[in-house]
Design a protein around this ligand. Structure first.
Ligand SMILES: [Zn+2]
Ligand SMILES: [Zn+2]
Length: 508
C-alpha cells in the first residue's frame, strides 16, 4: 500500500521533522550564504558538513535575468496597446488589438553545460526576500497619472481604473514576486477540463455525495506556481557491502539462502539538470487539512523550455509568489541530489541480486545553479466541510504535460458499509466451508485500495528518477569478503540501495 500518513514533501529535507523554515540549520549558515565552496554532504543522518575549511573566496555569479524589463505600461510596439496575453497554441505573447506576436525572449548567461558548472550561479530572481518587503507595488499610470496598486501576492498586473491601461511588474523586487523565468501555459482550458472530468469520473462511486453534486469544472483556474530550479555538478562516492545470491533451499515454509558478501565501492561524476522544488512555504507543508502532495505529483515540467519572465504571460491567470529563500530549500535540494546519486548508482550494482547496503554516501558539489520559475498548473479545488474541520481537495493538471492527479473526497459511510459487507460474506464462507480466516484480510485491503485511489495521499513526485541526470567516469571496486550460508531472508539485511531518504519508501 502506498498510503503514508506522514507524507510530507518537506520530510525529504528535514529528516521527517516538521518543516520550520525559520530555524533552518544547514551547514551553510548565514555568514556564507553566498556560496557552497567545497561543501560535502556526508551520510550522518543527513547532516551537511563543511569539508575544506580553506573556504577560498565564495564565488557566486549572479545572472541578471530582468535586463531590459520595464515596470508600468508594457506597450505593443505596433499599436501601443497594453492589452497583451499569451496565445496558448503558439506559446507566444500576442497583442489583443492588432494581433502582433512577440517572440519569447531567452535569458542569457546561464551555464547550459552542467559538467562545466563551477561554484555557485544564481539568477537575480533568487535573491532573498527582504524582511518586511511589501507585496503591494504602487505605480503612477503614465497615460493618466493615476496611482495604480498591484498586489503581487496574487498578480503582477493591474488595470488602471481611469484609463484602462494595464500596468505590469517586470523588474525584480526583493519580495519574491518576479521570477527569473516562466514556462507558459500550453494546455488549453477546455482540455484541462476534460482531464479533470475524466479523473473525477473514474472516482464517482465512492465519492462524497455533496461533492458529486457540486462538482463542476466551470471554475477551474490557471495558476503559475513558484518553483526553484536547480542544476548540480557533483562527484559521488558510495561505499558499503552487497550480496549476491548463490542458491536457495529448504521447504516452502522455511527457505534459506546462501550468498556471497562483497565490499562495494562506487565513484562517479554526476550532473543533475532541472531539479525542481516548490518554493511557496505553504505548499511545502502537509497536514490533515491539505492535500499539497497532489500538486507535487504532477511534476516534472519541461523547465528547459522556460522563457524570460514577462507579466503579460500572467494575463488571465493567477499566480502565487515565492515565499522561501535558497537557504530554506538547500537542505531539501541536497537530500534529493543524494537520492538521485543513489538511484543512478543502481545501474552499476546489478550483480548484487540481494541488494547493497550503502554505509557511506558522499556527494561533493562542484557547482550549483539556482533559478526561480513560474510553472503552469490547471487547478480544480474543492473545500470539504466536515463539521468543524475543513479539508481542501485538488485536482491538478500539469499545463505542459497533461499529467493529472487529484484527491476526491470519499463517502465514508458507503465505503465502510461495503467493506463491512465483504467482511461478513467472508466470515460466513469461512464459518460454513471451513475456509481459512486469513481471507478476512480482503476487507481492509479493499478499503485501502479504494482510499488510496480516491485520495492519493501517498503519491509524490519521484524526483530520484524523474529528474534529468547523467553519470560518467564510473570507478568500481568489488572485493569478495565471505560466503554466508543459511540466511533466512531473500534480501540482504539493511539493504538501502532501493530506498529514498526521508521515509518515502522504495524507488519505482
Ligand atoms: Zn498591438
Ligand atoms: Zn491610467
Amino acid at each position: 500500500m502506498e498510503e503514508n500518513p506522514n507524507f510530507d514533501v518537506n520530510s525529504v529535507g528535514n529528516g521527517g521533522k516538521n518543516p520550520d523554515f525559520d530555524e533552518n540549520s544547514i551547514g551553510n549558515g548565514d555568514e556564507n550564504q553566498a556560496g557552497i565552496g567545497s561543501n560535502s554532504i556526508t551520510n550522518e543522518e543527513g547532516s551537511i558538513s563543511e569539508m575544506g575549511q580553506e573556504n577560498e573566496e565564495k564565488k557566486t555569479r549572479i545572472v541578471q535575468t530582468d535586463i531590459g524589463a520595464k515596470n508600468g505600461q508594457n506597450k505593443c510596439p505596433k499599436c501601443g496597446s497594453t492589452s497583451i496575453a499569451l496565445s496558448i497554441k503558439k506559446g507566444l505573447l500576442r497583442c489583443n488589438y492588432c494581433r502582433f506576436e512577440f517572440a519569447p525572449e531567452k535569458v542569457e548567461g546561464w551555464v547550459t553545460d552542467i559538467k562545466s558548472l563551477n561554484n555557485e550561479v544564481r539568477g537575480s530572481g533568487t535573491s532573498d526576500i527582504a524582511k518586511g518587503a511589501s507585496d503591494v507595488v504602487t505605480f503612477k499610470c503614465s497615460s493618466c497619472g493615476a496611482e495604480v496598486v498591484v498586489d503581487t501576492a496574487s498578480s503582477n498586473q493591474a488595470r488602471c481604473h481611469w484609463c484602462r491601461s494595464i500596468l505590469s511588474v517586470n523588474q525584480q523586487i526583493p519580495n519574491g514576486a518576479v521570477p527569473d523565468m516562466i514556462l507558459p501555459f500550453k494546455l488549453p482550458k477546455d482540455e484541462a477540463k476534460k482531464e479533470i472530468e475524466k479523473f473525477v469520473g473514474k472516482r464517482k462511486f465512492f465519492a462524497n455525495p455533496t461533492f458529486a453534486k457540486e462538482f463542476t469544472t466551470q471554475n477551474i483556474m490557471g495558476v503559475y506556481f513558484p518553483y526553484m530550479v536547480v542544476d548540480i555538478n557533483s562527484h559521488a562516492h558510495l561505499a558499503g557491502q552487497g550480496e549476491k545470491k548463490i542458491r536457495s533451499y529448504g521447504t516452502s515454509d522455511r527457505k534459506y539462502y546462501d550468498a556471497e558478501l562483497y565490499d562495494v565501492d562506487r565513484e562517479f561524476d554526476l550532473t543533475i539538470e532541472g531539479l525542481t522544488i516548490e518554493s511557496n512555504a505553504d505548499r511545502l507543508k502537509s497536514g490533515s487539512d491539505k492535500t499539497n502532495n497532489i500538486i507535487n505529483t504532477i511534476m516534472p515540467f519541461d523547465v528547459e523550455n522556460s522563457v524570460k519572465y514577462d507579466s503579460n504571460y500572467l494575463s488571465g491567470y493567477s499566480s502565487e509568489k515565492r515565499t522561501t529563500n535558497i537557504n530554506d530549500l538547500e537542505e531539501m535540494v541536497n537530500k534529493q541530489a543524494k537520492d538521485i546519486a543513489r538511484y543512478q548508482a543502481n545501474s552499476t550494482i546489478q550483480q548484487y541480486t540481494r541488494g547493497v547496503k550503502w554505509e557511506s554516501e558522499e556527494l561533493d558539489i562542484k557547482g550549483r545553479q539556482w533559478k526561480t520559475a513560474y510553472l503552469p498548473v490547471w487547478l480544480y479545488s474543492y473545500q470539504q466541510v466536515k463539521g468543524q474541520s475543513k479539508q481542501l481537495h485538488y485536482v491538478a493538471v500539469n499545463a505542459r504535460t497533461k499529467e493529472t492527479m487529484g484527491s476526491v473526497p470519499i463517502h465514508m459511510p458507503k465505503l465502510l458499509g461495503i467493506t463491512a459487507v465483504i467482511e461478513i460474506i467472508i466470515f460466513l464462507i469461512a464459518l460454513l466451508w471451513d475456509v481459512s480466516w486469513f481471507f478476512l484480510i480482503i476487507g481492509p485491503i479493499f478499503f485501502a485500495i479504494i482510499y488510496s485511489r480516491y485520495r492519493n495521499a501517498g503519491k509524490r513526485h519521484y524526483h530520484e528518477r524523474e529528474t534529468k541526470a547523467n553519470i560518467s567516469n564510473i570507478k568500481k571496486t568489488d572485493e569478495y569478503v565471505e560466503t554466508k550460508t543459511k540466511l533466512p531472508n531473500a534480501m540482504m539485511e539493511g539493504a538501502n540501495n532501493a530506498s529514498v531518504m526521508g521515509g518515502f519508501g522504495m524507488f519505482k
